[in-house]
Design a protein around this ligand. Structure first.
Ligand code: SF4
Length: 321
């Protein structure tokens, strides 16, 4: 496997009138070519901020405060806006936003939008070539090529999601980020979209980053899981191993909070309490106010992410000898 993306000690904050919101702190993970990584955690845990940081499309008050984002060995944190636009976005890393319904322009046909996206990022491509590429992309994502002439409102939710995926892979990116790909879709359509993402991964050797609060959705597509809590990575590793033997109390609670359709019935348990306010997160382990195993040290010292077995990382004082 080839290492494509290495995120090292990423720190991203939002500046507000009341201080910095410490949305992402000391986040580390890697993505290999053809690998699918799932980024999981409750809403507000920083997973979307990680995606926006990778592409450097944070809102005006967001800022990368530290760390490195090595994409094919090049540090994106140091690249200018111009370089990001010309070389990375769409061609290197592409993002499908939450709620594909609203991301398409209602007054343009899908074809016009795909052609515009292709020619904006690859100015040498003629209109005719872009049209042909658009039709091929439609076929690839399981849509009738002639339907590309339709307007977004003529498509169902699932078809719009497929059209968004077609647009996102139009410039042959290495990595496709899907932020909450199942949102607003019924379970059958959601399963079809996940199947499509899996097919694209196989056919194109595409790497995926799937962001979701829903672990069962992530388990359908991903090889690797990164669990975030309150802006930090608490556990990461091979998804099968993490599901079978989660070591961090938060990962254990998160897994218990979702039904597993393949296993025998078990009681679904919610996680008591709420995630902390990241303007002023708790000292020590950020999970300690909700953790039933919390010890004295947990309130004082933040646990480090340590490799407990090959490629399995956990940040919890229970793991420290
Ligand atoms: Fe719980 Fe302490 Fe581990 Fe945090 S470090 S998850 S509070 S046991």
């Amino acid at each position: 496997m080839m290492l494509l993306l290495e995120v090292i000690n990423l720190i991203t904050y939002y500046q507000t009138r009341r201080g910095y919101v410490r949305a992402v702190e000391n986040v580390d993970f890697t993505v290999e070519k053809g690998e699918a990584l799932g980024l999981a955690g409750e809403s507000g845990c920083g997973k979307t901020t990680v995606a926006l940081s990778l592409l450097k499309i944070l809102p005006p008050n967001g800022r990368i405060m530290g760390g490195r984002i090595l994409f094919k060995g090049k540090d994106l944190v140091k690249l200018s806006e111009d370089e990001m636009r010309k070389r990375i976005r769409w061609k290197g890393i592409s993002l499908i936003f939450q709620g594909a319904m609203n991301a398409l322009n209602p007054v343009l046909t899908i074809e016009d939008q795909i052609i515009e996206a292709i020619r904006l990022h690859e100015p040498n491509v003629s209109k005719k070539e872009a049209e042909e590429r658009g039709k091929k992309l439609f076929e690839l994502v399981g849509l009738e090529p002639n339907r590309i002439k339709n307007y977004p409102h003529e498509f169902s939710g699932g078809m719009r999601q497929r059209a968004m995926i077609a647009m996102a892979i139009a410039c042959n990116p290495n990595i496709l980020i899907a932020d909450e790909p199942g949102t607003a879709l019924d379970v059958i359509v959601q399963a079809q979209i996940l199947k499509l993402l899996n097919e694209l991964k196989q056919k194109l050797g595409l790497s995926l980053i799937v962001i979701s609060h829903d672990l069962s959705l992530i388990s359908e597509v991903c090889d690797k899981l990164v669990v975030m809590y309150a802006g930090k990575v608490v556990e990461s590793g091979n998804i099968v191993r993490l599901f079978k033997d989660p070591l961090h109390p938060y990962t254990q609670a998160l897994i218990r909070a979702f039904p597993d359709i393949k296993e025998e019935r078990r009681k679904i348990e919610s996680i008591p309490g709420n995630p902390p306010n990241l303007l002023n997160p708790p000292q020590g382990c950020r999970f300690h106010p909700r953790c039933k195993f919390a010890m004295d040290i947990c309130k004082k010292e933040a646990p480090k992410l340590i490799e407990v077995s090959k490629n399995h990382y956990v940040a919890c004082h229970l793991m420290e000898g």
